[in-house]
Design a protein around this ligand. Structure first.
Ligand SMILES: C[S@@+](CC[C@H](N)C(=O)[O-])C[C@H]1O[C@@H](n2cnc3c(N)ncnc32)[C@H](O)[C@@H]1O
Length: 247
């Protein structure tokens, strides 16, 4: 066997091994979305796009390239862990001169998704659980999520499209809204308080928690937080007043 053939064989074997290895690591192979799936996923965006479009697990670049071509003036980002599919997607990006497309070889779980306006994914059940946890943990702003085949656990899709293929593959569309926590957070001894010349002087421990960007009051005036700063004291005081009144 010629040396060149041997080198080629070793390269093919190592590449195949690396794909198998990453598939075992991530839980999904770099299988690409079908043409019908790409079309349906793109068509499901029926509203204005006002931020980066992100593919979580961009594989060989099939979907992310379709997105970047359709939205040449939007920033499009792909995250992919498997190095060979990622390399192929990079070559495709440069050969198509898609300057609006950035492809990272990175775990999407460690990515900053807060600025994104649309998330695309074609993952697997465990990947969707990881995504759901990330969304809940990082309290993302409202965001549109379009998922090929796999659903988010315990979150209702806004719509489900069935592809006209033999599996009737579902495409799930979600309008993700972060839930507000109903449990208030309290910070014992958060501030001192002293009346000086008829004004209340407070020294909050963490001024970032009592600062409103573009607020109505000048810097250092915490009038907007009158109730928040003394919420626990007010509760005690109200209880004492009710008690005194009903005596
Ligand atoms: C089924 S493919 C989808 C490829 C592409 N999005 C498409 O629709 O054509 C899923 C890809 O997600 C990648 N992947 C899985 N978990 C990942 C993670 N945590 N971070 C980055 N990529 C991941 C896999 O390596 C695989 O290439």
């Amino acid at each position: 066997m010629a040396l060149l053939e041997l080198i080629l064989l070793i390269f093919v074997l190592l590449t195949a091994l690396s794909i198998v290895w990453t598939t075992l690591q991530t839980g999904i192979s770099p299988m690409m979305s079908s043409g019908k799936a790409c079309q349906a996923m793109l068509a499901s965006i029926d509203e204005g796009v006002n931020g980066p479009l992100i593919d979580l697990g961009s594989g060989w670049g099939t979907l992310v390239i379709a997105v970047a071509s359709k939205y040449p003036h939007q920033q499009v980002i792909g995250y992919e862990l498997s190095w060979f599919p990622w390399l192929v997607s990079i070559i495709r990006k440069y050969s198509l001169r898609l300057d609006n497309l950035t492809l990272y070889r990175k775990d999407f779980k460690n990515a900053e998704l807060n600025n994104g306006s649309i998330l695309f994914c074609y993952l697997f059940p465990g990947g969707m659980v990881a995504l759901h946890e990330k969304l809940k943990r990082e309290r993302l702003n409202e965001i549109l999520i379009v998922s090929n085949t796999f659903a988010l656990p315990s979150y209702q899709p806004t719509k489900t499209i069935r592809l006209k293929d033999i599996y009737q593959t579902p495409i799930y569309v979600y309008h993700w809204r972060p839930k507000c926590s109903l449990t208030p957070t309290t910070y014992p001894n958060f501030t001192s308080a002293q009346i000086v010349d008829g004004g209340l002087i407070v020294q909050p421990k963490n001024v970032n928690l009592v600062t409103v960007a573009g607020g109505h009051f000048p810097k250092g005036v915490y009038h907007a937080f009158d109730y928040s700063l003394f919420f626990e004291n007010l509760k005690v005081n109200i209880a004492e007043r009710i008690e005194a009144f009903s005596r």
